[in-house]
Design a protein around this ligand. Sequence first.
Ligand code: ZN
Length: 325
Amino acid sequence: MNYQIKNRVVGVDISVKRTTYAIVDIRGNILARNFFPTNDYANVNDFITVLCEKVIELTEQNGGYENIRSMGISAPSANYLTGCIENAANLPWKGIIPLAAMLRDRLGMAVALGNDGHITALGEHAFGTAHGMKNFIIMTLGHGVGSCIFTDGKVHLGNEGFAGEIGHTCIVDNGRECGCGRRGCMEAYVAQKGIIATAKELMAESDAPSLMRSLEELTPKTIVDCCEQGDEMAIEVYRRTGVVLGISVANYASVLDPEAIIFTGGISNAGHWLFDPAYEEFENHVYHNIKGKVKFLRSSIDDRERDVLGASALAWGIKEYSLFK
Ligand SMILES: [Zn+2]
């Protein structure tokens, strides 16, 4: 009888700039980690070859490949149900990429994919703010708006694997153009470009003085710096952003009745400048029987670790497989 279990997994985060891969143990400790530039590999086969070589090298240097149970991957537009990256707007590989199957064949182990929101939800549930929660919503506010619904103890994927795309729900009829090609999406107001657009609109609306007018670079972060210095127009940028966020999330929560909404991503660093107006508007619009009961929380996982830890949680959740058994 063999009592030995494979007590490690590999978590991978593929983002536009870099691909990070890590060995994670059964308690969520990151034992080793490295990265390489994603964009150096215009051909996905070359990318897979390099990823496999590097993962094997790292595992051999840290306890051996034979102790790795499975691999979980976080990638933009990744679909857990199909194991494919599907039409990712910003990655070099176009169309449908069956990444999980390709890696499984090369590595001889079980591989699963999830999109950013899905992975973040699993990571928060296993290791972070959502530990012990059965119903919550993840909102990742950054270049875009990522989201995931966690309900009755598990991630809700939907029929096609794309549930939770609140960023592309319409919040303003015939409003701003969105990267998805439609108009008025919530993401066009609450993600990075949207916040900058709101700042420009405000500066054009009046001649009032503002520190934002003399910024070398207008970014969500530099606008927060202006807020910290008491700049009224900058504070108004985040107030307007918070109003859209609050109403939108109130609709979401009224449908799903979550225990908490957990915010991550660079934009959430705006803190109270964003979340005070957002929560006020949330409370004004949410279904009355859950008013006052839904918590607004921030992620407790380090930004640099969130994606590989979430990917490791995904890896533990899939069935073990080996070519060599
Ligand atoms: Zn959109």
